[in-house]
Design a protein around this ligand. Structure first.
Ligand SMILES: [Zn+2]
Length: 310
């Protein structure tokens, strides 16, 4: 038995379905937050950006509508990006992962995880498209983190402070004031470390490597994760971003080489690589930060064991 008196399986089916519908709402936020002429509730009903027609409920069913309409608007045949069903399935999957640890983790912890993961989905897809993270997500997180730490102090049960006091014994229940303190320290560690890296990047490469949106996002993440865990999330994010950056440069290198050959230009591999590096410079960091934060949020115990033993 879990919340609502349902069996665990039934609860998870219901929870995943809720995730699909919230994913549908997150799509609206992803489309509207970076566009200043639109608000999340303005206009209230969803519409096709192609023909401005209001969508009926049949066109708003998560995943199913997209599949049945073969990815096109029923009115004007405008393509509906595959991002729509993707975000819905991803959100449902993340909601399930967040609730999987019930009933070992408290309902409060699961709710906060669900909220954070949903915010990260929005930040990720807006950043991919617009190279910015909406303030609604990052500043929203900065405001909510200490408040939710006050409401759900177990969020910070893993904090270094309580572990030091416990000294190997079972963790004592987290005090509310202590949890808020951990949240505030985490915000400073998260934002400060990324700001510091950005400063070093500017000194080393003479250009802005880091957006302020990333700094705010990491500050918010630190408020939920606490100082030590947000640093691990940053290390994971840097690792994934480097992999993706190398893959991107490799891809652009092949594109440049292919184009040079097609045009009969003999730039040579060295020149192609240099141009690929220039073109591949602007990779948004936000999605990788979100990935690192999500992994630490969901799988901290595994990450910690792995760090300890490797
Ligand atoms: Zn249309």
């Amino acid at each position: 038995m879990t919340a609502l008196g349902l069996s665990r399986e039934l609860f998870l089916v219901w929870w995943g379905t809720m995730g699909l519908f919230v994913g549908s709402f997150l799509n609206v936020a992803i489309h509207r937050l970076p566009r200043p002429d639109l608000g999340v509730s303005k206009p209230r009903r969803s519409f096709c950006p192609g023909c401005r027609r209001q969508l009926t409920w049949r066109e708003n069913v998560p995943v199913l509508s997209w599949v049945l309409q073969r990815g096109r608007c029923r009115g004007c045949r405008t393509r509906i990006p595959v991002r729509y069903p993707l975000v819905e399935v991803l959100t449902a999957g993340l909601w399930l992962l967040a609730a999987w640890s019930l009933p070992e983790d408290s309902v409060g912890v699961v709710m906060v995880r669900t909220l954070v993961l949903s915010g990260l989905v929005v930040a990720t897809f807006v950043d991919f498209e617009f190279f910015e993270i909406p303030d609604e997500i990052s500043i929203g997180g900065l405001v909510l983190a200490p408040l939710l730490s006050l409401a759900v102090p177990e969020l910070h049960a893993e904090s270094a402070l309580s572990r030091a006091f416990a000294a190997g014994a079972a963790l004592p229940p987290m005090e509310r004031g202590d949890a808020v303190m951990q949240s505030l320290i985490g915000m400073m560690v998260g934002a400060g470390s990324l700001y510091g890296i950005g400063l070093l990047g500017r000194l080393a490469f003479g250009r802005d490597a880091m957006g302020l949106g990333d700094v705010k996002l990491m500050g918010a993440a630190g408020g939920f994760l606490g100082g030590p865990r947000v640093l691990v999330a940053l290390v994971l994010a840097s690792f994934f971003a480097s992999l993706a950056g190398l893959a991107n440069i490799g891809r652009l290198y092949l594109v440049v080489r292919h184009r040079d050959r097609a045009r009969g230009r003999s730039g040579g591999p060295g020149q192609a690589l240099a141009r690929a590096r220039v073109a591949g410079r602007y990779v948004p960091f936000g999605p990788y930060l979100a990935l690192g934060i999500g992994i630490v949020l969901l799988y901290w115990n595994d990450v910690r064991d792995w760090l300890r033993w490797s």
